[in-house]
Write a protein that binds this ligand. Structure first.
Ligand SMILES: [Zn+2]
Length: 122
């Protein structure tokens, strides 16, 4: 029930600001989100890498002790740190990327005439 209400509000909000192609006035636009996708991928990679490195660095003393339990804990910790780091990096990268999309790149692509333009609202 709650989800339905939210979805309805979301639709109403979109109806008011239907973006249109400045060239042919077609509402058939798609966001390219190039920088956002790229940023998300890079962010996830960087985050995962730094998360794993952090986990490896912080648990090195545990590994040296050599017990199987510690090794398992270390492996789990590395995986978790990697996932958390990747998710955080992905979010940060996506945010940065969408800012670039909005401000720098021509992010909107008109499916009717192929025109690309910036979706920065005046
Ligand atoms: Zn167009």
């Amino acid at each position: 029930m709650h989800d339905l209400a939210l979805e309805h509000e979301w639709d109403d909000g979109l109806m008011d600001v239907t973006p249109r192609c400045p060239k042919c006035m077609s509402p058939q636009l798609e966001a390219r989100n190039l920088a956002r996708r790229f940023g998300g991928a890079i962010g996830a990679l960087a985050g995962t890498t730094s998360g794993v490195l952090l986990a490896l660095g912080s648990t090195k003393s545990g590994v040296l002790k050599g017990s199987v339990g510690t090794l398992l804990c270390t492996a789990a910790g590395v995986v978790i740190e990697g996932i958390v780091g990747g998710a955080t990096g992905c979010i940060a990268g996506s945010k940065l990327g969408s800012a670039i999309d909005r401000n720098v790149l021509h992010n909107q692509h008109c499916r009717a005439c192929g025109h690309t333009f910036s979706d920065k609202t005046p």
